[in-house]
Design a protein around this ligand. Structure first.
Ligand code: ZN
Length: 129
């Protein structure tokens, strides 16, 4: 099994403000912004792991609701697994609560599926391959 952390998603109120740390202090080159799940997403590469800054573009989006409830912070962690279909099926068989019953396309066209934080120790988990 070849698993790794793919990225960490951080909910921010303003990508422009957040980039003053990542771009101006750390000297990282942000990706072009893209839209997914009602949020604008900018990625920063920390070796093989990305940090995704998530700024809501839709007030009803999951990221907007997260910000309203908890404020800025870590929104989710994405794990890379060898076989997404197989891992998702195993999660369901084992009784884990899934948000996506089947894999769907996320940012960058990657196949992803989310698991509910209620069954993963309070962390919204995204799986990709
Ligand atoms: Zn993500």
């Amino acid at each position: 099994m070849n698993s790794s952390v793919a990225h960490v998603g951080i909910a921010v109120t303003s990508i422009t403000e957040a980039l003053s740390f990542y771009r101006d202090v750390l000297g990282l080159a942000p990706s072009q912004p893209e839209l997914a799940d009602g949020a604008t997403i900018v990625s920063l590469h920390f070796g093989p792991v990305d940090v995704e800054l998530l700024e809501p573009s839709d007030p009803d989006s999951p990221v907007a609701k997260f910000l309203a409830k908890r404020g800025p912070g870590i929104h989710h962690i994405c794990y890379r697994v060898a076989d997404l279909d197989r891992t998702l099926a195993q999660c369901k068989t084992a009784g884990y609560r899934v948000i996506d019953e089947t894999p769907r396309r996320g940012a960058g066209g990657r196949r992803i599926a989310f698991l509910h934080p209620k069954s993963t120790n309070g962390i919204l988990l995204e799986l990709t391959e």
